[in-house]
Design a protein around this ligand. Structure first.
Ligand code: FAD
Length: 381
């Protein structure tokens, strides 16, 4: 087994890291403070096809395989210090673009993918509801047929990109007797009758990625809005979560690499008692822990991403990666703040922002408690 990156993968990594550092970082602190979504930077990312990395080139994407996508996203998480922007791209790409690519009809792919991949359109995934999060398939949103249209009623919450989205992937119950086998995914356009963005929320981290509610009040869509077939929503959603759990974690691997480099630099240069603080085992062992977490996270992420295209059942690998990477990110961001001392607590250093951003990673894409339940289920428990 050769674990080295290919020359093409190294090139891609270098290109995205350079792009992120030179184009995306200025003003990240202010955007976090003001909860401001950087539409201009989103457009620049679109020019790089970051919003469509794995989508075939014929639909306007980057044509990367799943592992290449993870490597590219790792470089984005490494180079880009605006965690909200990185998250907005991933929410759009992994929970909306990938499902349309994987489950769309040829007509849906041609209609939506080119503009989603180049960033002309922004997408939101609407699954979670005020009364159903971990128990996502217990949703209340209903869709019923009325002549030749579908009428959807319900409300979604925690919808990342919701306040600014042009397109929503909304899940609704179409067949209440069939449990999770009775859910359908609908592509709903901004401006559709009865559909609107609801309340916007303020949150602890990832503040440049707007989050809010989606409201469907007798929203009307045609058959051409159905993604993957009637009652096939659980399959669409589950596969999108495999991609999100594997590949969003790749951005966190990149972030952990950046945190580690910052911590090493601080440990070598900051002096206490006449010697660099890194000479103290209490500090150097923290850094060793950060390194171990990083390397294990990277391997689990690459394995999960690779599995996405090798087998029909990548779910357990994706859950293992998601669980380990997000716990590692929180622990390493906390260590990084501690190693910086008082400076780590200052907003201008940016490390506290990374810690605030990191906290959400153990909640989104399914909480870490739920990942343990998924892993246990795969083990027959
Ligand atoms: C930053 C952010 C972005 C998000 N973006 C989106 C998005 O774009 N689209 C979308 O649809 N959703 C999104 N979400 C929602 C996210 O998927 C849910 O918050 C998550 O699934 C948890 O649901 P909940 O918040 O209702 O918590 P609950 O399900 O109420 O859980 C509360 C606590 O109880 C635990 N718990 C619940 N049930 C069990 C169980 N059976 N076993 C063990 N423990 C359990 C949970 O682990 C958690 O600790 C986002 C969330 C965040 C924080």
């Amino acid at each position: 087994m050769n674990l080295d990156l290919t020359p093409e993968q190294k090139l891609l990594q270098g290109e995205i890291t350079r792009f992120a550092r030179t184009e995306l970082n200025a003003g990240a602190r202010e955007r976090d403070r003001d909860q401001e979504f950087p539409r201009d930077l989103w457009a620049k990312c679109g020019e790089m096809r970051l919003q469509g990395l794995p989508v075939p080139e014929e639909y306007g994407g980057g044509g990367l395989d799943a592992l290449g996508t993870a490597i590219a996203l790792e470089a984005l998480g490494y180079g880009c210090e605006d965690g909200g922007l990185v998250f907005a791209i991933c929410a759009h790409l992994l929970a909306c673009v990938v499902p349309i690519w994987k489950h769309g009809t040829e007509e849906q792919r041609r209609r939506w993918l080119p503009r989603l991949c180049d960033g002309s359109l922004i997408a939101v995934n609407g699954m979670t509801e005020p009364d159903s999060g971990s128990d996502a398939f217990a949703m209340s949103t209903r869709a019923r047929r009325d002549g030749d249209v579908w009428v959807i009623n319900g409300a979604k919450t925690f919808s990342s990109n919701g306040p600014i989205a042009d397109l929503a992937l909304v899940y609704a119950v179409t067949n209440p007797d069939k449990g999770f086998g009775g859910i359908t995914a609908f592509i709903v356009e901004k401006g559709a009758d009865g559909f609107r963005a609801g309340q916007k929320f303020e949150k602890m981290g990832l503040r440049s990625c707007p989050i809010g509610e989606l409201v469907l009040e007798d929203a009307r869509v045609g058959d051409d809005a159905i993604l993957g077939g009637v009652d096939a929503g659980a399959t669409v959603f589950s596969q999108s979560m495999d991609w999100e759990r594997a590949c969003l974690g790749a951005t966190h691997v990149g972030t952990m690499q950046r945190l580690l480099e910052g911590a090493v630099k601080q440990a070598r240069t900051r002096k206490s008692g006449g010697q660099p603080i890194g000479k103290n085992q209490a500090v150097s062992h923290k850094i060793a822990d950060m390194k171990v977490r990083l390397e294990a996270s990277r391997l689990l992420t690459y394995q999960a991403a690779w599995r996405l295209e090798q087998t029909r059942a990548a779910a357990m690998d994706a859950s293992i990666a998601k669980l380990h990477v997000s716990d590692s990110l929180v622990a390493s961001a906390h260590d990084a703040v501690q190693i910086m001392g008082g400076y780590g607590f200052l907003v201008e250093q940016g490390v506290e922002r990374t810690l605030r951003d990191a906290v959400a990673s153990t909640i989104y894409s399914g909480t870490n408690e739920m990942q343990k339940s998924i892993i246990a289920r795969w083990l027959g428990l």
